[in-house]
Design a binder for this molecule. Structure first.
Ligand code: ATP
Ligand code: MG
Length: 399
């Protein structure tokens, strides 16, 4: 029944002179996402149309749901501008969608100003025919449950009822690149998703301490990045796997128990900054949420951050855990995060971590070993892989 998906951009108007860059970027992403589907794209200055050619509209919409910067879409029927033809289409559409009594009105927009009838006149004419032919419709112009939209444009007239909300935000990769610290937990993948939704492209870094930690915990991170890659331009994200075991062991044997987590975090941030600089990432992103655990008090965050001069973004800083979980479920990382494998922050968790560390004490403790030597080695032995939603990677098979 439906011929086209009509796609509306988000707030590109805000972008002034850069609008065309945003539009181009988003159009490329839509084209990329339609890979393998026999649809056709029609780009116009204010909207994008996807001609379905018998492809299931739900299949297309499922893919659009991964593109940042789209405000909404509609499944539409297209016809010529002719009141009788429009009415017939409207009747067909409503008959299939309306199964029980509902309040209703028609809204008409004329993008084609050569049309002589006024918008309300078109609505009235179509409305008469529709009400004669479709049951269960109760006219209510103030607060109708169902709105039948008629959009008369130069190339044709579109008819639709629903507006499906898109992801919103800005097109990913228009704002530059950031390095996401990703653990196997619930928070960091959500932080990554929010970062992409705000227009930044991400690369991911994970510190792994195998064999102190099981190889499954790396697989978990790979699977999380695979889910995130659906939101990335080209459906690809780089993942840097940093061998952290030696540093981890040095910390465990040289650092006072209460400062283990603080120093571990300082080492991670030093490594993340080195990788960020090497890969042209202008910022570092973490899943920290203030107050969640001892390592996320303001004092802890300040003590950790002091090793850096790179901007750190913490999208979840003020979020409630239950809201983070809601997003994790929506983007489908929650189930993966809940797999029971420990990463380097969950093995040997100290019993009494310091809640208010200081920079001075951290610096004193760190003198216990020549960490620069280990950091350099870790960077040298970092493995970078490209995660692509279309080519899932399974390292468990590889032994
Ligand atoms: P999550 O792990 O999902 O972030 P969490 O509450 O377990 O939630 P912490 O373990 O306290 O968070 O870690 C805080 C942040 O530090 C993480 O959100 C992540 O950005 C970073 N981080 C922690 N462990 C690692 C790791 N092994 N590799 C990379 N980043 C990490
Ligand atoms: Mg964690």
């Amino acid at each position: 029944m439906y011929d086209y998906i009509m796609i509306r951009y988000g707030d590109l108007i805000l972008k002034g002179k850069n609008q065309h860059i945003f539009r181009q970027n988003i159009n490329n992403q839509i084209a990329h996402k339609m890979y393998g589907l026999e649809v056709e794209l029609e780009f116009q200055h204010d909207l994008v149309f996807i001609k379905l050619n018998d492809v299931e509209p739900e299949l297309v919409i499922e893919r659009l749901n991964y593109i940042s910067g789209l405000s909404s879409y509609s499944k539409t029927m297209k016809c010529e501008y002719d009141i009788d033809v429009i009415s017939d289409k409207a009747i067909e559409l409503l008959k299939s969608e309306i199964t029980e009594p509902t309040t209703f009105k028609i809204e008409t927009k004329r993008a084609d100003k050569t049309i002589t009838l006024k918008s309300y006149e078109i609505s009235n004419l179509v409305s008469k025919k529709v009400l004669r032919n479709v049951e269960n419709l109760i006219v209510d112009v103030n607060k109708p449950k169902t709105i039948l939209n008629i959009e008369a444009r130069r190339e044709g007239t579109y008819i639709y009822t629903d507006k499906i909300p898109g992801l919103g935000g800005f097109p990913t990769s228009t704002g530059g690149r950031a390095m996401l610290l990703i653990s196997g937990g619930i928070d960091s993948p959500v932080a990554g998703y929010l970062t992409m939704n705000t227009g930044l492209e991400i690369e991911c870094v994970h510190f792994e301490s195998s064999p102190l930690t099981p190889v499954e915990s790396v697989q978990k991170v790979i699977d999380l990045v695979t889910v995130l890659s659906r939101y990335a331009p080209g459906s690809k994200i780089k993942l840097h796997l940093v061998p952290f075991r030696e540093i981890h062991e040095q910390i465990l044997s040289n650092i006072h128990e209460s400062y283990i987590i603080t120093i571990m975090r300082r080492m991670m941030y030093r490594l993340a900054e080195a990788l960020a600089k090497k890969n042209n990432c202008k910022a570092i992103v973490s899943g920290d949420s203030i107050g969640q655990v001892a390592s996320q008090t303001l004092e802890s965050l300040i003590t950790v951050q002091s090793v850096l001069d790179t901007l750190v973004i913490r999208p979840l800083a003020t979020y409630d855990k239950s809201d983070i979980i809601k997003i994790a479920k929506k983007i489908k990382t929650y189930q993966i995060s809940n797999r029971p494998f420990s990463d380097c922050c969950t093995v040997y968790v100290p019993k009494r971590p310091v809640i208010k560390p200081t920079i001075e004490r951290a610096e004193t403790f760190e003198k216990a070993f020549d960490y620069n030597k280990y950091l350099k080695l870790a960077i040298k032995n970092t493995i970078t892989i490209e995660i692509n939603e279309r080519k899932p990677l399974n390292i468990l098979d590889k032994g």
